[in-house]
Design a protein around this ligand. Structure first.
Ligand code: HEM
Length: 422
């Protein structure tokens, strides 16, 4: 190839890469961020965005970043939310342990971990089953309905509220605040003014409301996470009120929106692939590991970010100390080098003990690995069990269900569905 052809090819690749980046983060890219992610992955392991951020596309490189303390989640906050001034942070975006590093991260995470032991999650099974049956029965009575509205949101919302200790009359309000905060995980640069305002209002609303509930629990403790944490706070040196409030809010938002999105996008994939529903009916022993395959294909948290704590080389790129990187979970989870035939849904992928699939990055890795993963997986698993038992036909009523505008915490706005009873 002569040099003019070579430079044309580079220019074409650059423009394909820039188009893919625009699609991945732009408003039209919600339905299928995986096609542009593939373009980027095939073009190279690392790309620079117009904002100067570096994107990592390949599984092994994303694993390398997430699993080492050479990369921190603490120092990158300004990268995604440059409009939040540090002096505003306590009220506007309280810093939870999601954005801390040891030793503070360890201290706070250990406290919440007490509320999420595998034993406690297993104890929730009967309650999740009861609630799921009620929600599915209501949907069956409607026949045609929006699965996001009737199942995907209420199931994790009600379980999270019961666990944390939010009373029924506040469900609607905390749901709204939670949605506004989830949208606010997107880069400030991409958010319209009203979304930034809603995020601040949601954060203030949550803080004030949880402060009130906490005062009540101090006087009159109950069997919920707020009461457990309020007693720890009383010991003063372990947890400040600000940390406690931020911890409750993060646990609520991280658990509610993400699980709702897994249920919505997960059910969409199954409805688009009826052979996979048939496989689950024929071999119900595949159900427990199916949620992992659904989340690998459609990670509710599509991207995360880290900053280098020291000079370090990843994917052949030299990062300076303090430099940020965007970990494309949506790309890593569909890297054929890690997951053969990666775009294909295979409900048996995580069920074969002789040929275990690699861990997907839907719950991240390393010290920030999702604390609620067992709960989220259990809710999805129980929903599948109940659906296969009670519903004969699960039908999708549209080819193009609408998505929320969110880039980071991505999910469906609605999922028109028809159920026929078994
Ligand atoms: C499908 C559902 C869920 C998904 C996809 C999900 C995803 C994630 C991811 C990707 C992270 C790490 C972010 C990072 O490394 O930058 C995370 C952290 C976290 N998640 Fe989840 N999550 C889900 C459900 C839940 C639930 C149900 C809860 C609690 C009730 C929860 C609580 C948390 C908390 C507290 C953290 C912070 C952990 C830390 O920083 O040490 N999540 N989650």
């Amino acid at each position: 190839m002569d040099s003019s052809h070579a430079s044309t090819a580079v220019a074409e690749q650059d423009s394909a890469v820039q188009t893919a980046i625009a699609q991945l983060f732009g408003p039209d890219g919600r339905a299928d961020p995986y096609a542009p992610a593939r373009v980027l992955r095939e073009a190279g392991p690392v790309h620079q965005t117009p904002l100067g951020h570096h994107l990592l596309t390949r599984y092994d490189d994303c694993v390398a970043v997430l699993s080492t303390t050479a990369w921190s989640h603490a120092e990158e906050a300004g990268m995604m939310h440059p409009t939040v001034k540090p002096e505003d942070a306590p009220e506007e975006l309280p810093t939870s342990f999601l954005w801390m590093e040891p030793p503070d991260h360890t201290r706070l995470r250990n406290l919440v971990t007490k509320g999420f032991t595998p034993r406690m999650v297993t104890r929730l099974r009967p309650r999740i089953e009861e609630l799921t049956e009620q929600l599915v029965d209501t949907a069956l009575e409607s026949g045609e309905f929006d699965l996001v509205e009737l199942i995907a949101y209420p199931l994790p919302l009600i379980i999270a509220c019961e666990l944390i200790g939010v009373p029924k009359e506040a469900y609607q309000q905390v749901h709204q605040w939670s949605q506004d905060l989830a949208r606010g995980f997107d880069h400030d640069y991409t958010l319209p003014e009203e979304a930034l305002k809603a995020r601040s209002a949601g954060s203030r609303g949550f803080m004030g409301y949880f402060r009130e509930l906490l005062n009540e629990r101090r006087k009159d403790p109950k069997d919920d996470l707020l009461s457990v944490l309020s007693q720890v706070e009383d010991r003063g040196d372990v947890l400040t009120e600000q940390e406690l409030l931020a911890t409750c809010i993060t646990t609520f938002v991280a658990g509610h929106e993400t699980t709702a999105n897994l249920i919505g996008t997960g059910m969409l994939q199954l409805m688009r692939n009826p052979d996979q529903i048939a496989a689950l009916r024929a071999r119900p022993e595949l159900i427990p590991a199916t949620p992992d395959e659904l989340l690998r294909l459609e990670p509710s948290v599509q991207i995360t970010t880290r900053a280098a704590t020291r000079p370090i080389t990843v994917a052949g790129h030299d990062f300076e100390q303090g430099e940020g990187v965007v970990v494309l979970i949506n790309s890593a989870n569909r890297d054929d080098a890690a997951f053969p035939d990666s775009d294909r849904i295979d409900v048996a992928r995580y069920s074969d003990p002789k040929n275990p699939a690699k861990k997907h990055l839907g719950f991240s890795l390393g010290i920030h690995y999702c604390l609620g993963a067992p709960l989220a997986l259990l809710e999805m698993e129980i929903l599948l069990e109940v659906l296969l038992r009670k519903v004969r036909d699960i039908e999708l009523l549209t080819d193009t269900p609408p998505y929320k505008p969110n880039v980071v915490i991505r999910g469906l706005e609605a999922l028109p569905t028809r159920f026929t009873p078994a």
